[in-house]
Write a protein that binds this ligand. Structure first.
Ligand code: AMP
Length: 213
């Protein structure tokens, strides 16, 4: 099964992906997490990606699609939850092409919708455990102990691109380049929309209902 999570930054894709991973015995593939790991390692991919990420711009499609090809090979026939990918119509077309070569196809694109102001409020309060990608929210979903990850006890960070100025640019990029991806899947009869405004549990229940779980 190939399920795509669409929606603006901060809508809760990463958080909800974790529930879906468990429910569907799938693997989460977050291009943002892969890129951040590459930046930390200082690899060639990381060095290329960093300047785009710091500005809240998208990393070029060919770089992302190369990364996806490698990951799909590694994952074999595991089910995949894509989180933060595809971000452009060209990426959606590229993914369809790669899956087609493997005799596979995207099953569902699930779009989480929410107002921009909710995104700004959530991302300003978001904290992340860099090692695992686990996300917290200081207001709705705080860690048990302030400033540290529940599982490892390691420090949480406030991502550089979760600062207000960069958030605004990421939202602008989302509306211009990524919103058309939802239309791409709608035209193919694969789009399911879910209201992303609510508690983590409420949104999870809506998602499971929408995919018949
Ligand atoms: P995210 O964690 O998904 O919000 O991604 C953080 C940043 O990584 C984005 O602002 C982009 O710079 C970059 N990025 C992540 N996924 C993609 C993608 N599929 N296409 C292009 N850039 C991406």
């Amino acid at each position: 099964m190939y399920l795509i999570l669409l929606g603006p930054p901060g809508v809760g894709k990463g958080t909800q992906a974790r529930f879906l991973v468990e429910e569907l015995d799938a693997v989460q593939l977050s291009t943002g997490d892969v890129l951040r790991a590459a930046v930390r390692e200082g690899s060639e991919l990381g060095n290329t990606a960093k300047k785009y990420m710091d500005a809240g711009e998208l990393v070029p499609d060919d770089v992302i699609l190369g990364m996806i090809r490698e990951k799909l090979e590694q994952l074999g026939d595991r089910s995949v939850i894509f989180d933060g990918f595809p971000r452009t119509t060209a990426q959606a077309e590229g993914l369809d092409g790669q899956l087609d070569e493997l005799g596979r196809a995207v099953d569902t694109a699930l779009e989480l919708t929410v107002d921009d102001q909710v995104v700004i409020d959530r991302l300003s309060a978001r904290r992340v455990h860099p090692g695992s990608g686990r996300v917290y929210n200081l207001i709705f979903n705080p860690p048990e102990r302030e400033g540290v990850d529940d599982v490892t006890g390691e420090p949480l960070i406030h991502r550089d691109d979760d600062q207000p100025e960069v958030i605004r640019n990421r939202l602008a990029v989302y509306h211009k380049q990524t919103a058309p991806v939802a239309d791409y899947y709608a035209r193919r009869g694969k789009l399911v929309k879910v209201d992303g405004d609510g508690s983590v549990g409420q949104v999870r229940d809506r998602i499971f209902a929408a995919i018949g779980r």
